[in-house]
Design a protein around this ligand. Sequence first.
Ligand SMILES: *Cc1c(COP(=O)(O)O)cnc(C)c1O
Length: 421
Amino acid sequence: MDHFLYQNGQLHAEDVALSTIAEAVGTPFYCYSAATLTRHFQLFQEALSPLPHLICFAVKSNSNIAVLKLLANLGAGMDVVSMGEYMRAKAAGVKGEHIVFSGVGKTREEMRHALEGGIRQFNVESEPELEALSQVASALGVKAPIMMRVNPDVDAGTHEKISTGRKGDKFGVPISRAREIYARAATMPGLQIVGVDMHIGSQLTDLAPFEAAYTKMAELVGVLRADGHKIDRLDLGGGLGIPYTRSNEAPPLPTDYGAMVKRVLGHLGCEIEIEPGRLISGNAGVLVTEVIYRKTGEDREFLIVDAAMNDLIRPAMYGAYHDIDALIEPAAGAPMQPVDVVGPICESGDTFAKQRALPALQAGDRVAFRSAGAYGAVMSSEYNTRPMVPEVMVSGDHFAVIRPRPSYEEMIARDRLPEWL
Ligand SMILES: *Cc1c(COP(=O)(O)O)cnc(C)c1O
């Protein structure tokens, strides 16, 4: 459920017409709904209760500090994968003890920074990383709380680029070696084992791979406890998928996911952590863009819009589908025509949709790409020296710019000319 609906013939974010924001901010822009973010977070809270749990929002899906602060105010922890994300979480007021550090390539500098600033745990992905972390923590005179990210060798059945729990994937350590690696970790002076971690992929639309992975996790907890390790906490990762189109069957809801978690892992007496990103932020955001030209090609019509692949790369990178809605509600029974919706960049990949049925839109009309709140703004770039797309947050009947569009002067001023030129 989200809060982007037509009211009086105009697409709104909660009680603000998106065209009102377009006039104030210009296009393109991202718009997030505070009520939708809140609702999605609370769905997970309810789904996991009464198990002791912490929902650590995957910062990589949407890292604007206004989004992080809103979620932190509701009780969210954060899952970060870099020092930059750690610093964003801190800037949003999140305490170190609510921040989990994931990622296959944590540097010593990142480890030191997080140990000094406070950390709930590191999710460690390899033995060399264990050694490095133990050394860094020992040098600081502390013990780093850790979980190993265990790769359960489960096929998440999702897109190749976002599947992470199979044998050949670069993530985690193989479950077949977990015992041996935990035994080694227990001997390292700078580490304190606190639990077990898994994350098998993103945009999963079926609970079966999660259940297969968590069943293996439950067995592993028994084995590790029998070996004398204290396993009090389980991090189940993120990855629950969202509907990218109204016309498909919806993926499982957090409630179904929570019921499965309780059934498979509830008896272990562990505190549960989850790291959802997309399910919280994805359908809480839209990208609004304006048609620059309508162009008639040899065998098709094109809508050339002012957003491009640098603003929303998912269609180009993953072949992702986003619903597209006109900001002005089409009249009932208005004829729909197939068009290719493309950006202005000189690459064929700069295509948002092919032969999409849309109302007869003209230059100056605006549309919203739905489900753009996750892996949207965070993956944007300034390719073609196009200014970073601004972000806006709506709450009720008001909105705020939470990242302004930089000026061309600001962009260019970041470059430096060497004195010998
Ligand atoms: C990407 C990622 C997530 C979030 O995935 P979603 O599909 O957005 O829920 C959580 N944990 C880890 C370790 C990740 O890499």
